[in-house]
Design a protein around this ligand. Structure first.
Ligand code: UDP
Ligand code: MG
Length: 317
């Protein structure tokens, strides 16, 4: 099979027939063999009925329904597990992404050798309250992930080599960082294609402004686990040691300073009257805590059943 199209959706009943017809048209014109996997993320409208009807009309249309609303990432992950096509395309169900982009995305994966191609909504039809924070979000994501050529990490329209979706796990709200997940899994041929974007025709957006707060927290998590997940001591141990040593030096200076002054008959103040005493106390306590956090982290990492799971690309043994 050439293409699997994975569509996560939550209350998008009005859009679905139009989207399915449009996909069918593009696939027929280009002669692709394909499947569409609609993942119904616990919709409370008639989305699932619509999907069942569409599936009855066209055997290429498939669906899977969650019992409740889990979020876009779990929906994508479920679709990925089922995808059989050589190239996997994800797109939003709200008709903001155009199926007309699919042939070119397919070509970029199969001919140009990309592992992942992300859409770039260069001209967006979204409110300003969304586009401005998005710019900031993408700049940060570029910096942290080291994927400097992407302008639009969270674009719903993306194409993947089948192997990529089988080797990444999208959970929580991590769909915003799939290119980063792919890179962490060792897929680094990541490209971008400018895509057309349309205003939402039916229904309303499912994400509020909290997406940006949560987005940054998730980015911090990914960065940390990607860099130190397997060796937390390298982060906490270093930080803790530096803090402890600084605190120790400072307290030593305060203590010896006083003894020196006493010995030479100079006026002196109580150690506890010096602000540096409290600063060094804080540094030493926090430093020791950091160090311990590193140890506990190492114990956790040591017990992970996946600590020696490596992706082996080729093996001549
Ligand atoms: N979506 C989903 N589960 C959710 C929220 C959203 O499957 O809990 C789907 C939604 O139906 C749409 C896609 O994710 O197909 C993108 O959502 P939306 O269009 O609301 O996001 P926006 O375009 O505003 O970023
Ligand atoms: Mg949308």
């Amino acid at each position: 099979m050439d293409i699997s199209i994975v569509v996560p959706l939550y209350n998008e009943a009005e859009s679905l027939p139009e989207l399915a017809a449009w996909i069918e048209r593009v696939m027929a014109v280009n002669g692709f063999s394909y499947e569409v996997i609609f993942v119904n993320d616990g919709s409370t409208d008639s989305s699932w009925d619509v999907i069942k009807r569409l599936a009855a009309e066209n055997p290429a249309i498939k669906g899977v329904a969650f019992r409740r609303n889990y979020g876009k990432s779990p929906a994508l992950n479920t679709g990925f597990a089922r995808a059989q096509g050589d190239v996997v395309i994800t797109m939003d169900a709200d008709l903001q992404d155009s199926p007309d982009e699919i042939p070119e995305l397919y070509r970029m994966i199969t001919r140009d050798g990309y592992d992942l191609v992300s859409g770039y909504k260069q001209k967006r039809y979204d409110p300003l309250s969304k586009t401005i924070p998005t710019k900031l979000f993408n700049a940060t994501a570029r910096k942290v992930s080291g994927i400097h050529n992407l302008h639009d990490f969270n674009c719903g329209l993306k194409a993947y080599r089948n192997k990529v979706v089988k080797h990444i796990e999208v959970y929580g709200d991590m769909h915003r960082y799939i290119p980063y997940l792919a890179k962490l899994a060792g897929f680094n041929r990541i490209g971008e294609k400018v895509v057309h974007h349309q205003a939402r025709k039916y229904g309303k957006t499912k994400f509020g402004l909290d997406r940006f707060v949560n987005g940054y927290l998730d980015l911090a998590t990914l960065w940390f686990t990607g860099k130190f997940g397997g060796k937390p001591m390298h982060f906490f141990g270093l930080l803790g040691s530096v803090m402890f040593i600084l605190g120790f030096i400072a307290v030593a200076v305060v203590g010896f300073g006083k003894l020196w002054d006493m010995h030479h008959g100079n006026p002196y103040i109580l150690v506890t009257d010096s602000p540096y005493f409290y600063l060094s106390l804080t540094l030493m306590i926090l430093g020791a805590q950091m160090f311990l956090a590193g140890f506990v982290g190492e114990l956790v990492a040591r017990n992970s059943p996946r600590r020696n799971d490596y992706e082996i690309e080729e093996d001549l043994c």
